[in-house]
Design a protein around this ligand. Sequence first.
Ligand SMILES: [Zn+2]
Length: 263
Amino acid sequence: MNPHDAMLDDIAVYALGALPRGQARAVREHMATCPECTAEYRRLKPAVDAVAYSAEACRDAAGGAVVPSPRLKARIMDQVRGSAARPRPYNVGEMRAVRPIVWPAYAVAAACLAVALVTSAFNISLNEELHQSQAQLAQLGTHTKLLNRQVAAQRTELADLTSTESQHFAVEDGEVVRHGNRLYIAMQSMGMPPRGKVYQAWIMRKGGKQMTPSVTFMPDHSGVAVVHVPARASQIVEVAVSVEPEGGSKQPTSKPAFVVKLT
Ligand SMILES: [Zn+2]
Protein backbone atom coordinates (compact mmCIF):
# COMPACT_ATOMS: atom_id res chain seq x y z
CA MET A 1 0.00 0.00 0.00
CA ASN A 2 1.61 3.32 -1.05
CA PRO A 3 1.24 6.47 1.13
CA HIS A 4 -1.47 7.80 -1.15
CA ASP A 5 -3.56 4.60 -0.77
CA ALA A 6 -3.08 4.67 3.01
CA MET A 7 -4.22 8.30 2.97
CA LEU A 8 -7.45 7.25 1.23
CA ASP A 9 -8.35 5.08 4.23
CA ASP A 10 -7.60 7.98 6.60
CA ILE A 11 -9.81 10.26 4.55
CA ALA A 12 -12.77 7.94 5.09
CA VAL A 13 -12.28 8.06 8.85
CA TYR A 14 -11.56 11.79 8.67
CA ALA A 15 -14.88 12.30 6.85
CA LEU A 16 -16.54 10.65 9.84
CA GLY A 17 -14.82 13.06 12.21
CA ALA A 18 -13.30 10.07 13.97
CA LEU A 19 -9.62 10.68 13.22
CA PRO A 20 -7.26 11.80 16.06
CA ARG A 21 -6.30 15.47 15.82
CA GLY A 22 -2.70 14.87 14.69
CA GLN A 23 -3.67 12.51 11.90
CA ALA A 24 -6.50 14.81 10.88
CA ARG A 25 -3.97 17.62 10.38
CA ALA A 26 -1.84 15.32 8.23
CA VAL A 27 -4.86 14.49 6.09
CA ARG A 28 -5.71 18.17 5.64
CA GLU A 29 -2.13 19.00 4.71
CA HIS A 30 -2.03 16.15 2.22
CA MET A 31 -5.37 17.11 0.68
CA ALA A 32 -4.14 20.68 0.18
CA THR A 33 -1.56 19.32 -2.26
CA CYS A 34 -3.46 16.34 -3.69
CA PRO A 35 -6.53 17.01 -5.87
CA GLU A 36 -7.27 13.29 -6.03
CA CYS A 37 -7.62 12.94 -2.26
CA THR A 38 -9.63 16.18 -2.07
CA ALA A 39 -11.99 14.76 -4.67
CA GLU A 40 -12.21 11.52 -2.69
CA TYR A 41 -13.13 13.44 0.46
CA ARG A 42 -15.84 15.32 -1.42
CA ARG A 43 -17.10 12.06 -2.86
CA LEU A 44 -17.31 10.50 0.62
CA LYS A 45 -19.37 13.25 2.16
CA PRO A 46 -22.67 11.98 0.73
CA ALA A 47 -21.77 8.48 1.91
CA VAL A 48 -21.11 9.77 5.41
CA ASP A 49 -24.47 11.54 5.37
CA ALA A 50 -26.10 8.38 4.12
CA VAL A 51 -24.57 6.40 6.99
CA ALA A 52 -26.66 8.63 9.23
CA TYR A 53 -29.64 6.75 7.92
CA SER A 54 -28.10 3.32 7.81
CA ALA A 55 -26.94 2.77 11.39
CA GLU A 56 -29.35 -0.12 11.48
CA ALA A 57 -27.25 -1.81 8.80
CA CYS A 58 -24.22 -1.54 11.10
CA ARG A 59 -25.68 -3.96 13.56
CA ASP A 60 -23.70 -6.90 12.18
CA ALA A 61 -20.47 -4.92 12.11
CA ALA A 62 -21.06 -3.91 15.72
CA GLY A 63 -20.74 -7.54 16.65
CA GLY A 64 -24.22 -8.99 16.83
CA ALA A 65 -27.48 -8.30 18.53
CA VAL A 66 -26.45 -4.93 19.96
CA VAL A 67 -28.49 -1.99 18.65
CA PRO A 68 -27.63 1.49 19.90
CA SER A 69 -30.49 3.35 21.53
CA PRO A 70 -32.26 5.90 19.29
CA ARG A 71 -30.87 8.74 21.41
CA LEU A 72 -27.31 7.43 21.14
CA LYS A 73 -27.73 6.87 17.42
CA ALA A 74 -28.95 10.43 16.99
CA ARG A 75 -25.92 11.76 18.89
CA ILE A 76 -23.46 9.77 16.78
CA MET A 77 -25.13 10.86 13.61
CA ASP A 78 -25.20 14.51 14.67
CA GLN A 79 -21.44 14.29 15.13
CA VAL A 80 -20.93 12.60 11.77
CA ARG A 81 -23.11 15.19 10.05
CA GLY A 82 -21.48 18.05 11.93
CA SER A 83 -17.97 17.09 10.89
CA ALA A 84 -19.05 16.54 7.28
CA ALA A 85 -20.82 19.86 7.08
CA ARG A 86 -18.07 21.98 8.69
CA PRO A 87 -16.48 24.19 6.01
CA ARG A 88 -12.86 23.32 5.17
CA PRO A 89 -10.36 25.97 4.01
CA TYR A 90 -8.80 23.66 1.37
CA ASN A 91 -12.22 23.01 -0.05
CA VAL A 92 -13.05 26.39 -1.46
CA GLY A 93 -11.75 25.97 -4.99
CA GLU A 94 -13.14 23.91 -7.78
CA MET A 95 -16.68 22.68 -7.31
CA ARG A 96 -17.60 20.06 -9.86
CA ALA A 97 -20.90 18.53 -10.76
CA VAL A 98 -21.86 15.89 -8.23
CA ARG A 99 -20.93 12.44 -9.38
CA PRO A 100 -23.27 9.51 -8.75
CA ILE A 101 -22.91 8.34 -5.15
CA VAL A 102 -20.58 5.41 -4.78
CA TRP A 103 -20.13 3.94 -1.32
CA PRO A 104 -16.61 2.66 -0.94
CA ALA A 105 -16.65 -0.43 1.25
CA TYR A 106 -13.97 0.98 3.57
CA ALA A 107 -16.04 4.11 4.22
CA VAL A 108 -18.99 2.05 5.34
CA ALA A 109 -16.67 -0.16 7.39
CA ALA A 110 -15.15 2.91 9.06
CA ALA A 111 -18.61 4.27 9.83
CA CYS A 112 -19.66 0.93 11.27
CA LEU A 113 -16.49 0.81 13.34
CA ALA A 114 -17.22 4.26 14.76
CA VAL A 115 -20.75 3.22 15.68
CA ALA A 116 -19.47 -0.08 17.12
CA LEU A 117 -16.85 1.67 19.29
CA VAL A 118 -19.30 4.14 20.79
CA THR A 119 -21.88 1.40 21.19
CA SER A 120 -19.52 -0.96 23.01
CA ALA A 121 -18.35 1.81 25.38
CA PHE A 122 -21.99 2.50 26.08
CA ASN A 123 -22.63 -1.21 26.63
CA ILE A 124 -19.75 -1.55 29.09
CA SER A 125 -21.25 1.08 31.38
CA LEU A 126 -24.69 -0.46 30.93
CA ASN A 127 -23.28 -3.85 31.84
CA GLU A 128 -21.70 -2.47 35.00
CA GLU A 129 -25.04 -1.01 36.05
CA LEU A 130 -26.72 -4.29 35.19
CA HIS A 131 -24.26 -6.27 37.33
CA GLN A 132 -24.77 -3.92 40.27
CA SER A 133 -28.53 -4.26 39.98
CA GLN A 134 -28.25 -8.02 39.72
CA ALA A 135 -26.10 -8.18 42.86
CA GLN A 136 -28.63 -6.04 44.73
CA LEU A 137 -31.45 -8.25 43.49
CA ALA A 138 -29.64 -11.40 44.62
CA GLN A 139 -29.09 -9.84 48.05
CA LEU A 140 -32.76 -8.91 48.30
CA GLY A 141 -33.69 -12.42 47.19
CA THR A 142 -31.59 -13.97 49.97
CA HIS A 143 -33.06 -11.55 52.50
CA THR A 144 -36.59 -12.37 51.34
CA LYS A 145 -35.95 -16.12 51.61
CA LEU A 146 -34.68 -15.65 55.16
CA LEU A 147 -37.72 -13.55 56.09
CA ASN A 148 -40.05 -16.14 54.53
CA ARG A 149 -38.40 -18.88 56.59
CA GLN A 150 -38.80 -16.81 59.77
CA VAL A 151 -42.45 -16.13 59.00
CA ALA A 152 -43.06 -19.83 58.31
CA ALA A 153 -41.34 -20.77 61.59
CA GLN A 154 -43.44 -18.23 63.49
CA ARG A 155 -46.60 -19.58 61.88
CA THR A 156 -45.69 -23.12 62.98
CA GLU A 157 -44.90 -21.79 66.45
CA LEU A 158 -48.27 -20.03 66.67
CA ALA A 159 -50.15 -23.12 65.47
CA ASP A 160 -48.27 -25.33 67.97
CA LEU A 161 -48.83 -22.96 70.92
CA THR A 162 -52.57 -22.65 70.25
CA SER A 163 -53.26 -26.23 69.23
CA THR A 164 -55.70 -28.15 71.43
CA GLU A 165 -53.45 -31.16 70.96
CA SER A 166 -50.48 -29.46 72.60
CA GLN A 167 -49.42 -30.29 76.16
CA HIS A 168 -48.90 -27.29 78.43
CA PHE A 169 -46.68 -27.42 81.51
CA ALA A 170 -47.16 -24.36 83.70
CA VAL A 171 -44.10 -22.63 85.17
CA GLU A 172 -43.79 -19.30 86.98
CA ASP A 173 -44.64 -16.46 84.51
CA GLY A 174 -45.17 -18.81 81.59
CA GLU A 175 -45.30 -22.36 80.34
CA VAL A 176 -43.43 -25.09 78.49
CA VAL A 177 -45.39 -26.37 75.47
CA ARG A 178 -44.93 -29.69 73.71
CA HIS A 179 -46.55 -30.41 70.35
CA GLY A 180 -45.55 -33.70 68.75
CA ASN A 181 -41.79 -33.54 68.51
CA ARG A 182 -41.50 -29.78 69.00
CA LEU A 183 -40.83 -28.10 72.31
CA TYR A 184 -41.23 -24.42 73.31
CA ILE A 185 -40.63 -22.22 76.31
CA ALA A 186 -43.27 -19.44 76.29
CA MET A 187 -42.81 -16.73 78.92
CA GLN A 188 -45.23 -13.84 79.49
CA SER A 189 -43.48 -11.56 81.99
CA MET A 190 -39.85 -12.39 82.42
CA GLY A 191 -37.54 -9.91 84.15
CA MET A 192 -34.43 -8.75 82.26
CA PRO A 193 -31.33 -10.62 83.37
CA PRO A 194 -28.49 -8.50 84.83
CA ARG A 195 -26.09 -6.82 82.37
CA GLY A 196 -23.80 -9.36 80.67
CA LYS A 197 -26.16 -12.24 81.49
CA VAL A 198 -28.73 -14.19 79.46
CA TYR A 199 -31.30 -16.87 80.10
CA GLN A 200 -30.30 -20.40 79.19
CA ALA A 201 -32.51 -23.46 78.72
CA TRP A 202 -31.48 -26.90 80.05
CA ILE A 203 -32.91 -30.26 79.04
CA MET A 204 -32.86 -33.75 80.53
CA ARG A 205 -33.18 -36.62 78.05
CA LYS A 206 -34.97 -39.90 78.77
CA GLY A 207 -32.61 -42.09 80.79
CA GLY A 208 -30.25 -39.14 81.31
CA LYS A 209 -28.58 -38.40 84.66
CA GLN A 210 -27.97 -34.66 84.32
CA MET A 211 -29.16 -31.55 82.51
CA THR A 212 -27.50 -30.73 79.17
CA PRO A 213 -27.15 -27.13 77.94
CA SER A 214 -29.57 -25.83 75.29
CA VAL A 215 -30.33 -22.42 73.73
CA THR A 216 -29.74 -19.03 75.35
CA PHE A 217 -32.32 -16.27 74.95
CA MET A 218 -33.52 -12.85 76.10
CA PRO A 219 -37.08 -11.65 76.72
CA ASP A 220 -38.25 -8.58 74.78
CA HIS A 221 -38.76 -5.25 76.59
CA SER A 222 -42.24 -6.31 77.76
CA GLY A 223 -40.89 -9.54 79.26
CA VAL A 224 -42.18 -11.87 76.53
CA ALA A 225 -40.02 -14.73 75.21
CA VAL A 226 -41.09 -17.57 72.92
CA VAL A 227 -38.21 -19.97 72.39
CA HIS A 228 -38.10 -23.08 70.25
CA VAL A 229 -35.96 -25.65 72.07
CA PRO A 230 -34.04 -27.54 69.39
CA ALA A 231 -34.48 -31.14 70.52
CA ARG A 232 -36.81 -34.10 69.85
CA ALA A 233 -39.54 -33.25 72.35
CA SER A 234 -40.61 -36.86 72.87
CA GLN A 235 -37.13 -37.62 74.23
CA ILE A 236 -37.14 -34.77 76.79
CA VAL A 237 -38.33 -35.46 80.33
CA GLU A 238 -37.32 -32.25 82.10
CA VAL A 239 -36.73 -28.60 81.19
CA ALA A 240 -35.09 -25.84 83.24
CA VAL A 241 -34.08 -22.20 82.74
CA SER A 242 -31.32 -20.34 84.56
CA VAL A 243 -29.46 -17.05 84.31
CA GLU A 244 -25.99 -17.53 82.78
CA PRO A 245 -23.15 -15.39 81.40
CA GLU A 246 -23.51 -14.28 77.74
CA GLY A 247 -22.63 -17.16 75.42
CA GLY A 248 -24.07 -19.72 77.84
CA SER A 249 -22.54 -22.25 80.25
CA LYS A 250 -21.79 -25.96 80.16
CA GLN A 251 -23.07 -26.42 83.69
CA PRO A 252 -25.71 -24.23 85.40
CA THR A 253 -24.01 -21.52 87.48
CA SER A 254 -27.14 -20.15 89.18
CA LYS A 255 -30.27 -21.44 90.87
CA PRO A 256 -32.78 -22.21 88.06
CA ALA A 257 -35.69 -19.80 87.51
CA PHE A 258 -37.77 -22.94 87.04
CA VAL A 259 -37.49 -26.70 86.61
CA VAL A 260 -40.42 -28.61 85.17
CA LYS A 261 -40.96 -32.32 84.54
CA LEU A 262 -42.71 -33.13 81.25
CA THR A 263 -44.93 -35.97 82.44
ZN1 LIG B 1 -3.47 11.83 -2.19
